[in-house]
Design a protein around this ligand. Structure first.
Ligand SMILES: [Zn+2]
Length: 110
């Protein structure tokens, strides 16, 4: 029977201890354990990215608040920090959304 190598995804025999393509030690860990670990890693990564997205939104909102709270002088410290947070929060959020979409796009095939 042919299975996918957990490392390089090429077809290998389930009897092989090491992958002939990339040398991955298949026998050292069974495929289910590897798959399970990969799934958990992906889940953790996804959770972490969602937390980061949330923080990014908070940064963005704080930046927005700084721009308007107390009507700060344009070019002053508060206004500059507000602009910076607005920009960084937005950028961070977009990057996180892109990474989440990327993780979802390469879901595991069974
Ligand atoms: Zn391989």
């Amino acid at each position: 029977m042919l299975i996918d190598c957990p490392a390089c995804k090429k077809k290998i025999s389930d009897k092989a201890n090491t992958c002939p393509h990339c040398g991955f030690a298949v026998g050292a860990d069974d495929a289910d354990a590897i798959l399970e670990r990969e799934k958990r890693k992906r889940y953790d990564q996804h959770q972490s990215l969602q937390t980061q997205s949330f923080v990014a939104v908070l940064v963005f909102i704080t930046g927005f608040g700084l721009l308007y709270w107390g009507a700060p002088e344009v070019g002053g410290t508060q206004h500059s920090i507000g602009m910076l947070m607005l920009f960084l929060g937005f950028l961070w959020y977009v990057v996180n959304r892109a990474r989440i979409a990327f993780i979802k796009a390469k879901k595991f095939k069974f």
